[in-house]
Write a protein that binds this ligand. Structure first.
Ligand SMILES: C[S@@+](CC[C@H](N)C(=O)[O-])C[C@H]1O[C@@H](n2cnc3c(N)ncnc32)[C@H](O)[C@@H]1O
Length: 487
């Protein structure tokens, strides 16, 4: 496979030594790397020369210049780069991949550290990406806005870095996730409440199964409780996508939250929602976009585990697993949290009145990843939560909705919608504010969006995304546009 000649314009991004240390097992000499991927050492040197891949020392530290015999390259980084070339993506980009933004070696637990995994969310960016930009272009005490907040990654990272943050999202459930991730907690109370609810649902489940150690509860009374729970469930979705036992358990837990004297009800709801998501009658390999429920109790061939698996029949095991996990995550973030202000606004970013919320504050910048054209349905991915908690949907206000596809009209509406968001929020930004927009801009819409919003593109950073979804490591390329207001 041939790599096309590099364009004349070299990347403007600043390559600098980083503090990041990578897994040394992945680091190879140029000759070893060439062997491993079926290329010549000259090919690998070429990638290095044009910043397609990074230079590392034997300890895995990113370097600008290598001492004699010390130069190493990263095998996963080269593989991601070659996979993009194969797809025909990389050759279109003049700047090349920014290897420091690939985060190839980041373990799953780092990408989903503390509250970032309180609830799954399809389409979120990794905290390390936000961290990299906020550290480079913002300082403590700055005000950073994310007008497409999603599950609140920018807010969590910004707060950790002692910055004030403002997030807007059209979806009520996304706002709840972000709120639950970022609010101030009495951690001991969190532990008490989560463990209390866990104890109660466990007893309920034992009684439901009539285990030997089940609590004494007269049959007639329990039957009535079951009937009441089921008659309170009007959702066809819930009745279809869950086994009968799982359904009863989640309905009982929901009632515990609603009727119990818990202070952190929304945290318990997010925990339940996460458990409910994992309790759907779906194959293990398709948690993100399942099409139809599996029959209760019927085994299926599982691509994730490479064996026959049975769809889950209960919810209590997931509630139990996520109970301990949630307490730990809240505790971890509590230690990192700063006292900076966090503002979460639910609404349409094209119209929301930021002035009312900010009073005289002028924002220092934006870090955001807008929805892409016709790609993800941000409401439907959490349909189980909308159904369980009866949350009002605002899907008609989503920009670039999946239902509209990628037609010419959909693209025009998208450009119009995203431009309107920037037009709406730019008056609240300082004159020299830094605006970063993470986009998979295959359709090349962002130059026009910049133009229509009164923005100029300062620089484009290209990165390989290798581990974003639950569907594997097949890389794609994404661009981080650095923009500023036009003078
Ligand atoms: C790519 S996601 C952002 C993910 C986020 N960066 C994270 O890490 O969780 C885009 C978000 O834009 C939101 N969105 C779509 N249309 C919107 C609108 N008109 N106003 C505000 N938010 C909108 C969607 O609900 C979705 O959460």
């Amino acid at each position: 496979m041939k790599v096309k000649s590099p364009p004349k314009a070299r990347s403007k991004f600043r390559v600098k030594e980083s503090e990041t240390s990578y897994v040394s097992a992945d680091l190879l000499t140029i000759e070893e790397a060439a062997n491993a991927v079926g290329k010549t050492p000259a090919n690998i040197r070429y990638y290095l020369q044009y910043n397609r891949i990074g230079k590392y020392n034997p300890e895995g530290k990113r370097i600008v210049k290598a001492l004699n015999g010390e130069l190493r390259v990263s095998l996963s980084e080269i593989k991601a780069f070659l996979a993009l070339i194969k797809k025909g993506i990389e050759k279109h980009h003049h700047a090349g991949l920014h290897s420091e933004l690939g985060f190839y070696h980041l373990a799953e637990r780092e990408r989903t550290k503390h509250v970032h995994r309180l609830h799954p969310y399809l389409g979120k960016f990794i905290p390390q990406l936000v961290e990299w930009f906020l550290k480079q272009y913002f300082k403590q005490g700055d005000w950073v806005l994310d007008p497409f907040m999603g599950s609140g990654t920018t807010l969590v990272v910004g707060n950790e870095l002692k910055m004030n943050t403002v997030g807007i999202d059209v979806s009520e459930f996304n706002c709840r996730i972000a709120q639950v991730k970022t609010q101030q907690y009495d951690v001991e109370k969190v532990r008490f409440e989560i463990l209390d609810a866990d104890k109660r649902i466990t007893l309920f489940s034992k009684r439901l199964l009539k285990t030997d150690d089940a609590p004494l509860f007269p049959d007639r009374e329990f039957k009535k409780l079951e009937e009441r729970l089921l008659s309170g469930c009007k959702s066809e979705y819930l009745k279809t996508w869950f086994a009968p036992r799982a359904l009863l358990e989640m309905l009982y837990y929901r009632e515990l939250i609603n009727k119990g004297k818990y202070q952190y009800k929304d945290l318990l709801r997010v925990l339940l929602s996460r458990a409910v998501r994992s309790s759907r009658l779906i194959p293990h390999n398709d948690l993100a976009t399942p099409k139809v429920p599996l029959p209760v109790g019927k085994e299926y061939w599982c691509q994730k585990h490479n064996r026959m698996c049975k769809p889950i029949d209960n919810c209590v095991s997931k509630i139990h697993a996520y109970s301990e996990d949630t307490v730990r995550r809240i505790e971890e973030f509590d230690k990192l949290k700063s006292d900076k202000k966090i503002t979460i606004l639910q609404g349409d970013s094209r119209r929301i009145n930021l002035g009312k919320e900010l009073s005289s504050v002028k924002l220092d910048g934006i870090f955001t990843s807008p929805p892409y054209v016709g790609q993800i349905d941000y409401h439907d991915q959490h349909i189980y939560a909308y159904e369980l908690f009866g949350i009002k949907k605002n899907d008609k206000l989503e920009i670039g909705p999946k239902s509209m596809g990628k037609s010419l009209k959909a693209r025009q509406d998208y450009v119009d919608g995203i431009s309107k968001v920037f037009q709406n929020v730019l008056p609240f930004l300082k004159k020299d504010a830094n605006i970063f927009i993470v986009a998979n801009d295959r359709l090349k819409l962002y130059p026009e969006i910049a133009q229509r919003s009164g923005l100029k593109i300062v620089e484009e950073f290209h990165r390989a995304v290798t581990k974003r979804t639950e569907k594997g490591d097949n890389p794609y390329q994404e661009t981080i546009f650095w923009m500023k207001k036009k003078d």
